[in-house]
Design a protein around this ligand. Sequence first.
Ligand SMILES: [Zn+2]
Length: 76
Amino acid sequence: MTISAHNKDNFSSIREVIFLFVKMYNWMKEVIMVRELIGQCETCGKNIYCENGFFDGVHEDGSSLCNSCAEELKEK
Ligand SMILES: [Zn+2]
């Protein structure tokens, strides 16, 4: 076995490990992700979640709006 071939082998195994890490990371993200139902959008009735501490919507005048409705409201 030449040195270059040996290095190539190492490289491909490192790539495999990184690939596995990415796969595991994506899987863990799905499992660990904290998704808490906060309420429903006042306009379209879509469920609004709090994901990892991020509120997936907008509070306005005591009512909750989803991001897409809040954006539409802003544009008007
Ligand atoms: Zn909405």
